[in-house]
Design a protein around this ligand. Structure first.
Ligand code: 0RA
Length: 658
């Protein structure tokens, strides 16, 4: 090396480190307060890392350069995302004096800045960019294939170990990102196949024509079938149409097929698919730039407005509603409606508690126009479908009038709080909701044991008699008329109707911070849990979103030897306990299989299932609203085969993390 070369090299390294220092300040902030960037450092945040990386590849696909995205959970629980796009640019970045790749990976919000013509359409919930993933990974490597060459850079906790280096030649182009989440930041590093699968399936539906795959190379997954790693492909030819078909897999549709609207003449491109079915619930899922806007926003408001006005006008013009003795309102147009709406917004403003409510006011008009234009055309061209939709709307309005009376009972009862509590409720002494919990228990006998076993200072018991109503199949007035359901409303202190919405759930009077579903650990018990959860999902979703709903986990076995006792929650624990207790000594080990809560005495129920010090509660969360919708309609609907298939697939886990 000549002196000149040496000087140059050394200068390069100086520049390199200088650049890195400035960068580190940015990424250090991410490491200090990770929750601010990715929501939390639990299961959700962990999976969010994958979404963030995948979203960049989706953007490349939406730009028209990428057709395939492969996600692999590696044996060591790191994750690799491979795409066949153009590859992240590696050229020198003029201003930063470093490779563009390094800038993308180490500067906050740097993603996509090179391409002025294309805005970032896809985006993680917080749109934080891949540099956040890098900051929160103990190790990350990016390989780029571009222009016949292969380039690579590796980072530890966001710091590049060396400048971007050329590592060889390449045939095609693309980007390979592998990262290991930092175990000093995340509470868990255990990626869940089903959670990632739900998101990739959603992305496949939202972005038709992209092939996405998910592969699990971990040992547990391979043991599943002995056929090597578990792989699932997600690909949708017909996009949102197939999405709606998937959501309605077990509902009976009213129209000939899914109504599909793709309107890109306005300022905001809008894609929409909808179908009416014979059910009574509204299942509208909305997305902005591939983000599920669970809190709704202006696009959803525009959709509702356009839908209501267009259908109302059609119904009136066709004379079908002229004999009605009562009004038809907006809700009536959405009963039995399943729909997915997907908008692309250049500069989305997200508001609300979870930043999933679209605030851009101009979008409302765009969506309204899109829906009105396309839907009125559709109704003119498909009079048969139009007629059944209008009839369905009339039926909904009729039922609403019947339901109002029943619902008012629920409303009135709650006004008389205190005195109006159900007779079956064994309330707790403490009136402070923050420390109070309620167990919803199946059957009077288990309810009796729970009443004896509880700590009455802060634990309330509400026994339900037998199976609760399947809300997926019942009409609304039946639901609000049902004794058990009315008891749940009054016991919880939750009512229907707020100042600005007569149908909205009012949870301000919630009397318990924890609402715990406690049923037998057998097939019947899990069916009842599913029924109760379906009710919460359809009628008290806010409580799930608020983190109030839990499932108790009673033990399955008691292993006994002399005076020694050990409770076990699965077969693995049972085998271990039998081994351990059976060692050496003569006397035999007895195994008691608990089928019902009633088989435990009060003390056993307390110590295994109710005592906050020793119990395990499973909090119910909604990772994917669309996936939960699909699962509940499948589990609770009429058709048996898909239900059996699901239960067989998940029987090993015997639970639903919807
Ligand atoms: C901006 C410009 C170009 C590619 C990309 C972004 C890109 C980013 C990611 C992230 C994951 N996979 C990706 N693939 C591509 C290319 C610009 C050009 O080639 O002229």
């Amino acid at each position: 090396m000549t002196n000149d070369e040496q000087r140059k090299r050394s200068k390069e390294q100086d520049d390199y480190s200088a650049g890195s220092i400035q960068v580190l300040e940015g990424l250090e902030a991410v490491r200090k307060r990770p929750a601010m960037y990715i929501g939390d450092v639990g299961v959700r945040g962990l999976h969010h890392l994958v979404y963030e990386v995948v979203d960049n590849s989706i953007d490349e696909a939406l730009a028209g350069y990428c057709t395939q995205i492969d996600v692999t959970i590696n044996e060591d629980n790191s994750v690799t995302v491979v795409d066949n796009g153009r590859g992240i640019p590696v050229e020198m970045h003029e201003k930063e004096k470093r490779s563009a790749l390094e800038v993308v990976m180490t500067v906050l919000h740097a993603g996509g800045k090179f391409d002025k013509d294309s805005y970032k359409v896809s985006g993680g919930l917080h749109g934080v960019g891949v540099s956040c993933v890098n900051a929160l990974s103990s190790r990350m490597t990016v390989d780029v294939m571009r222009q016949g060459k292969k380039w690579s850079q590796t980072y530890e906790r966001g710091k590049p170990l060396a400048p971007v280096t050329q590592t060889g030649d390449s045939d095609g182009s693309g980007t390979i990102t592998t990262f290991m989440p930092d175990d000093t930041i995340f509470q868990t590093l255990d990626f869940k196949f089903d959670i990632l699968a739900a998101r990739l399936r959603e992305l496949a539906f939202l972005n038709k024509g992209i092939m996405l795959t998910l592969t699990d190379r971990r040992e547990e997954a391979e043991n599943g079938n002995g056929n090597g790693p578990m792989t699932e492909q997600f690909y949708s030819e017909r996009g949102l149409i197939e999405f709606v078909e998937y959501l309605d897999v077990n509902r009976e549709r009213l129209t000939e097929g899914v109504i599909y609207i793709n309107y890109d003449k306005g300022e905001t491109p809008v894609e929409l698919a909808l179908q009416y079915n014979t059910s009574f619930s509204e299942n509208v899922h909305s997305y902005v730039n591939n983000i599920n806007t669970i809190e709704g926003g202006t696009h959803l408001a525009g959709f509702r407005r356009g839908l209501t006005r267009t259908l109302k006008k059609y119904a009136e013009d066709s004379g079908q509603t002229s004999k009605l003795k009562f009004d038809i309102n907006g809700d009536d147009f959405r009963e039995g409606l399943t729909s997915v709406i997907s908008c692309k917004v250049a500069e989305p403003q997200f508001e609300g508690q979870t930043k999933t409510k679209l605030g851009n006011s101009e979008v409302m008009g765009s969506v309204d126009v899109a829906v009105s234009t396309a839907l009125s055309n559709y109704l003119e061209e498909n009079p048969k479908d139009a007629k059944v939709i209008v009839q369905k709307v009339i039926l909904a309005a009729t039922a609403r009038h019947a339901a109002r009376k029943a619902r008012e009972l629920v409303q009135r009862k709650n006004v008389l709080s205190g005195s109006g509590l159900p007779g079956k409720l064994a309330d707790c002494a403490d009136r402070n909701p923050a420390v109070s919990e309620i167990f919803i228990v199946e059957g009077d006998s288990a309810g009796g044991t729970a009443k004896q076993g509880r700590d009455r200072r802060f634990q309330a018991i509400l026994p339900l008699r037998g199976k609760i109503l399947n809300v997926e199949k019942a009409m609304q007035h039946k639901i609000f008329d049902n004794e058990e359901i009315k008891n749940i409303y009054t016991a919880l202190g939750v009512s229907i109707g707020t100042d600005d919405d007569s149908k909205a759930l009012n949870i301000s009077g919630l009397r318990y911070a924890k609402v715990i579903i406690m049923t037998d650990a057998d097939v019947d018990g899990s069916h009842i849990t599913t029924l109760i959860m379906t009710f919460f999902f359809r009628y008290m979703k806010e409580l799930i979103e608020n983190g109030n709903i839990y499932i108790a986990t009673p033990p399955l076995y008691l292993v006994k030897k002399g005076k020694a006792e050990k409770y076990c929650w699965d077969d693995e624990e049972l085998n271990a306990a039998v081994q351990e207790m059976g060692q050496g000594k003569e006397s035999s080990v007895a195994i008691q299989r608990y089928k019902g809560l009633g088989e435990m005495n009060a003390e056993q129920l307390w110590s295994t299932t109710m005592n906050p010090e020793t119990r395990t509660l499973r909090q119910i969360t909604i990772d994917s609203a669309a996936e939960a919708d699909h699962i509940f309609s499948m589990l609770m609907g009429d058709e048996v085969p898909p239900r059996r298939e699901f239960i067989e697939k998940h029987a090993k886990y015997a639970n639903i993390d919807a």
